[in-house]
Design a protein around this ligand. Structure first.
Ligand SMILES: NC(=O)c1ccc[n+]([C@@H]2O[C@H](COP(=O)([O-])OP(=O)(O)OC[C@H]3O[C@@H](n4cnc5c(N)ncnc54)[C@H](OP(=O)(O)O)[C@@H]3O)[C@@H](O)[C@H]2O)c1
Length: 310
């Protein structure tokens, strides 16, 4: 068997449920390319999948390879692919699992070109967080100047981009983060940063037109009280929002869709300095199980990225 290194989930559970091992090397099916992965982004979904939180919504056959976004080089092109060639530098979400492997078969339609000036670690930090931030902010309608927007969980990957887009649109931006992350979130353009470990956000945020919730749970439940009369909550974290919308209120569950053109434009904005993309930590492949667990227990600013070359 031709095999590649991969991070495999063997059973649902804690950090010990994922192991670095070998899996059969993939081949490129119709519409797919094989990508030699150079870097991959760590996401909250990794530990949610590991723990089994999404097993009902997305049943998996275990063992399976974790990881949902990557950056690398096209190594082979499958039947029917026209836009990509061997040697192209690409990045994108998989639209499924399997990014934590040395070689991955990816739908070509998901992949955007990595600008020359961006290295693979920087590229791997972008696909999900940056595009999902844009899409979730505009999910209930295009955002515009003067809106009062609250980003719940603003120091992470998605939240950090959402703060910048909302600020650039001319919105009044409210944002929550733990105390040690407050200065960072303010530096992204938030007008009011609320230290979630010291203050109740309800004391500062009111008459909010749009809440983007990346946290869920109690934070989401409390967010209804700060909405303007015709305000809306868009949750990226909790599909359960749809079962808990108070009468007369508007709440939406958001799911991202691949958008390679927007991803490429965002990457150009990062290169040109119009947008900040924060890589908070770079880890080795064998450090992935611990990095995924850290994302659950001690979120840091920005993204964690695994560099396959270390
Ligand atoms: N539906 C979709 O299409 C989609 C796409 C991408 C991501 N997501 C989801 O969106 C969420 C965010 O993703 P991400 O990649 O940005 O994750 P992340 O980088 O881990 O950031 C999440 C942030 O939430 C904050 N947080 C955690 N607990 C909190 C609490 N109790 N109160 C306030 N803030 C809290 C943390 O910041 P502090 O430490 O500063 O509080 C953390 O930085 C995840 O749930 C992920 O699964 C969904």
């Amino acid at each position: 068997m031709n095999s590649v290194r991969a991070l495999v989930l063997t059973e649902y559970g804690g950090p010990g449920a994922v192991k670095v091992s070998s899996v059969e090397a993939p081949t490129a099916g119709a519409g797919q390319v094989l990508v030699r992965v150079h870097a991959a982004g760590v996401n909250a979904l990794d530990w949610k999948v590991r723990e089994g939180y999404v097993r009902n919504a997305h049943p998996l056959q275990l063992p399976t390879v974790l990881g949902i976004e990557l950056a690398g080089v096209v190594e082979a092109v499958g039947p029917g692919v026209t836009g990509l060639r061997e040697g192209d530098r690409v990045m994108g979400p998989l639209g499924g699992l399997g990014a934590y492997a040395d070689v991955v078969a990816v739908n070509a339609a998901n992949l955007g070109a990595v600008p020359d000036a961006l290295d693979f670690v920087a590229a791997a930090a972008l696909p999900l967080a940056s595009v999902a931030a844009w899409q979730s902010l505009n999910f209930a309608g295009p955002i515009h100047a003067g809106q009062r927007i609250l980003i719940q969980g603003a120091s992470g990957g998605l939240g950090g981009f959402a703060v910048q887009y909302a600020h650039q649109a001319g919105a009044v931006v409210f944002a929550t983060a733990v105390s040690k992350h407050v200065d960072y979130v303010r530096s992204l353009g938030a007008d009011h940063v609320i230290a979630s470990d010291k203050e109740q956000f309800e004391a500062t945020a009111n008459d909010i037109d749009l809440v983007v919730d990346v946290v869920g749970g109690e934070v989401l439940n409390r967010s209804w009280s700060v909405l303007a009369e015709d305000g809306v909550i868009v949750s990226t974290a909790s599909p359960a929002i749809l079962e808990s919308i108070p009468a007369g209120r508007r709440g939406l569950w958001f799911m991202n869709t691949p958008d390679p053109e927007r991803l490429h434009a965002i990457a150009e904005d990062v290169v040109e300095g119009r947008l900040r993309s924060k890589v908070g930590a770079v880890v080795r492949f064998d450090e992935l199980p611990a990095a995924i667990e850290r994302n659950r227990t001690q979120p840091q600013v920005g993204k964690t990225v695994v560099n396959f070359s270390l």
